[in-house]
Write a protein of this length. Structure first.
Ligand code: PMV
Length: 323
């Protein structure tokens, strides 16, 4: 029986991924850039079971919702195809990200699953190929394989992977406004945005340029430029999404209040720039020096958690012989 356990952390995009060029292969319409967190890890164990009639999934000690099980089964089908195996697996995952709150629980989830499943099925994949595999589970998971500050390249199946890039030391403060389920998942919201938002072509064009600007700012260690690009790109993504029909709006009044408070912190001389994913929570990009002051200043607006830059996905254990 082959069993492998892996851990992965979420990442927060500085330049967002919003929309696929190819849904089947999960190829993004644009590149994106992220910072991996060192909080909210997901730990996943994959155990092959020659006697099982189907894959199973236990999430945080309980039965997983049907949708999550289906996505895991479809992902394991890809791994089995690559490994030439027909054996099913038992997947046990402990996810410490508030699920579905727009904090990319799918990123750490599928990065950990890809790493554990590849090892359990005996695939010896490079970081690049693990990142390509994780991409098929969830786009943002591509960037949780390398961790750190990473770019996920747009391109064809071979070229669309994530890798680390040089960048100055960074930290984030996660301001959780709501840990509840989000109203509409990113897959459906992306489809609707592409199909109906008149702003979508401009999003693709501007974000393609912003990725290059962000990589240059990271290489130059220009934190102010990194920050202003981060906040601008997040607001452009939300504007594009709000342009869908029927409209989708993830930010609520409390989210907007955090954006305003962050602008106030900047006026006071702190390094702080706001971003938000597909949910109401706001994440503040800051420096390791300022993270404590930023967290203290925002504590009245939500639950705050500080994070440094996190590691890539990695195996904790892998053992056993083929059943
Ligand atoms: O691949 P998903 O479903 O995790 O989509 C991620 C979308 C955003 O979090 C909003 C942006 C991003 O680049 O992480």
């Amino acid at each position: 029986m082959m069993t492998a356990t892996a851990v992965a952390h979420p990442n927060i995009a500085l330049v967002k991924y919003w929309g696929k060029a190819d849904a089947q292969l999960a190829l993004p319409a644009t590149g994106s850039v992220s910072m991996g967190l060192d909080v909210f890890p997901t730990t996943t164990t994959v155990t092959l079971d020659g006697a099982a009639a189907a894959d199973s999934l236990v999430l945080n000690g309980g039965a997983a919702p049907d949708g999550a099980l289906l996505r895991v089964q479809q992902f394991l089908d890809l791994v089995r195809q690559a490994a030439g195996s027909s054996v099913h697996a038992a997947v046990v995952s402990e996810n410490t990200v508030p699920t579905g709150a727009g904090l990319a629980s799918s990123a750490s989830g599928f990065a950990a699953l890809a790493t554990a499943a590849a090892a359990a099925y005996g695939l010896d994949l490079s970081e690049r190929d693990l990142s390509r595999l994780a991409r098929r589970g969830s786009g943002s998971a591509t960037r949780s394989i390398p961790g750190g500050v990473a770019v996920w390249h747009a391109g064809d199946d071979q070229a669309s992977f994530a890798e680390r890039v040089p960048a100055p030391p960074m930290a984030m403060v996660v301001v959780t406004i709501s840990a509840g389920e989000k109203a509409i998942g990113s897959r459906e919201a992306m489809r609707r945005t592409i199909a109906t938002s008149p702003f979508y072509p401009a999003w693709v064009e501007s974000t393609t340029a912003t990725v290059d600007d962000m990589l240059a700012a990271c290489a130059a260690g220009d934190f102010a430029r990194i920050g202003e690009l981060t906040e601008s790109n997040a607001l452009r993504m939300h504007a594009t999404i709000e342009g869908a029909f029927p409209p989708i709006r993830y930010l609520n009044a409390r989210s907007v209040a955090v954006f305003d408070a962050v602008a106030g912190l900047r006026a006071d001389g702190l390094t702080a720039y706001a971003t938000a994913d597909a949910g109401p929570n706001v994440v503040v990009l800051t420096t390791p020096e300022d993270r404590g002051a930023v967290a203290a200043a925002l504590a009245d607006l939500g639950d705050v958690i500080e994070s440094g830059t996190g590691p890539g996905a990695h195996l904790l254990r892998s053992e056993g012989t083929e059943a």
